[in-house]
Design a protein around this ligand. Structure first.
Ligand code: LRH
Length: 492
């Protein structure tokens, strides 16, 4: 029998059918849709009702293709949320985490509540868009929602509520708010009190693999489909992606590669100490009672946003064309720190890249190929920097790196990453988030007994490409230049 995974990313979403037969996982993408954020007035929002519509379209396609499903799970990007009022009406379109209303809020909050205190309680890295700062921004705006809200639901919680009528908060996403306390296993009352947000908004936290309701009768009627069970999966997409890393050993390093690059290792308990705080590592909750000790890296966002800028200027490149141009450009001419805060917001990227290069005393790229080469080489070099940090913070040594997610379709990036880190890259599977989502549903059904068992089946079901490092000397020199220009010399 099939099960259905909805995997929502920052620019597209998909509905994927999963089937287990002959000890292999078979997946079929049944529906794919865009997820374009919308600038309304001065603020950037997600088009949540369009997403709900697309989820329903996915269910309709299941029916029209003559398929049956026994359960459904939803995962999406983290940190964002919607608020319901006392009548369970959505109060406003959820904001996009890149919306600029949070500018400066993290600094204001940490001036009142010491960063160390927040980190000790939550183990979560400091990112300006964490939910805690988004909620503090509501307070700063004196939003009407503060008076009207009754329930806080993160994006998958909210979509699940629309489809089932049940209100739950799911654990993996809850941890990304920086308001969840892994020591107590619950929302942190003191932090909520200190930012002035009522604890009553926050509901029961479900662990991945729990039952999470059934389809609303009104939707069964609207679509002409039978009821189906919802499972709370690892609803944070990175949690689902890491559950699908086909590692053969308990200790491994991963890079979940999409709009964001999330690099780290899986641990049994949060690592909350001076080193993890100083290196700004996070401890996000995962499937199967694990945590992800990782760091956010700006990822392919800079590349994607640059391509959108080229398109707006009438230069439409295919993926292969732009990668060929990058490959043909001269190596190691320009270096950026992809995590410079100037690259976070949406909008023209090339101006910001040039500003960064001018600020750091470098020459300017002369072609689109050179710009893209600078972005991808800098990302690969940043991965080396963060992999070294991951070894330090976890006290482990890794002999290779698992890369999963849509970003591994960028073969140039995979190859350059292997060369930059000087270790093999094992790339696959591409659809890791959807597969991790399916796997947790199968665990709910008792079909997989452990994460290791699921990972072995994933390994047998999907191709994994190995990239060996090349040009060791040239990349070592490039890393020195990268470290010099970006000021990230500590790990040279
Ligand atoms: C990746 C991701 C990441 C979060 C960011 C907001 O899609 O979920 O783990 O930090 O989006």
């Amino acid at each position: 029998m099939n099960i259905l995974a909805y995997d929502l990313g920052a620019s597209s979403g998909r509905a994927v059918l999963g089937l287990l037969s002959d000890s292999r996982i078979h997946i079929k993408e049944i529906h794919r849709f865009t997820n374009y954020p919308v600038m309304a007035g001065d603020h950037l929002h997600w088009d949540i009702l369009r997403l709900l519509h697309e989820l329903k379209q996915g269910m309709l396609k299941v029916k029209l293709q003559g398929e049956n499903i026994t359960s459904v799970g939803i995962d999406s990007w983290a940190v964002d949320y919607g608020l319901l009022d006392h009548n369970e009406e959505l109060l406003a379109n959820p904001y996009h985490y890149r919306d600029k209303r949070t500018d400066g809020v993290m600094e204001e909050v940490t001036a009142k509540i010491p960063a160390e205190h927040i980190f000790r309680k939550t183990g979560i890295q400091f990112l300006p868009f964490n939910t805690i700062y988004q909620l503090a921004a509501l307070k700063r705006q004196n939003s009407y929602m503060l008076k009207e809200a009754a329930h806080f639901l993160m994006i998958p919680d909210l979509l699940r509520f629309f489809l089932t009528g049940e209100k739950f908060n799911e654990f993996t996403n809850a941890t990304t708010t920086q308001l969840f306390n892994p020591h107590t296993g619950d929302w942190d009352s003191e932090l909520l009190y200190r930012i002035g947000i009522p604890e009553e908004w926050f509901g029961k936290v479900l662990t991945p693999g729990s039952d999470a309701g059934e389809l609303r009768p009104s939707i069964m009627q609207e679509l002409g489909i039978p009821s189906v069970r919802f499972v709370a999966v690892a609803e944070h997409d990175t949690g689902s992606a890491v559950a699908a890393v086909p590692a053969t050993t308990r200790s491994f390093a991963y890079l979940s590669c999409g709009t964001w690059s999330l690099m780290g290792t899986e641990v049994e308990a949060p690592v909350i100490n001076e080193t993890s705080q100083q290196l700004n590592f996070t401890n996000e909750g995962g499937a199967n009672h694990t945590y992800r000790l990782l760091k956010n890296i700006m990822g392919l966002w800079i590349f994607q946003e640059t391509l959108r800028e080229f398109e707006r200027a009438g230069k439409v490149y295919s993926y292969d064309e732009i990668l060929t141009l990058a490959q043909e450009a001269k190596p190691f001419q320009h270096f950026i720190d992809p995590d410079d805060s100037s690259f976070l917001p949406a909008g023209r990227m090339t101006d910001r890249i040039e500003a960064y290069l001018v600020k750091t005393g470098q020459g300017l790229p002369q072609s689109d190929g050179e710009i893209v080469r600078c972005i991808l080489e800098s990302l690969a070099l940043k991965y080396k920097h963060v992999l070294d940090m991951t070894e330090q913070v976890s006290g482990q040594q890794f002999d290779g790196l698992h890369m999963v997610g849509g970003g591994i379709n960028n073969k140039l990036l995979c190859a350059w990453t292997a060369s930059a880190i000087g270790k093999p890259v094992y790339a696959g599977p591409v659809e890791a988030s959807a597969i991790g989502n399916l796997v947790v549903q199968w665990m709910n059904q008792g079909i997989f007994k452990s994460a290791a068992e699921a990972r072995a089946v994933i390994r047998d079901s999907f191709p994994v490409l190995t990239y060996e490092p090349e040009h060791a000397e040239a990349w070592r020199e490039a890393y020195s230049s990268f470290a010099k220009y970006t000021g990230l010399a500590a790990y040279a």
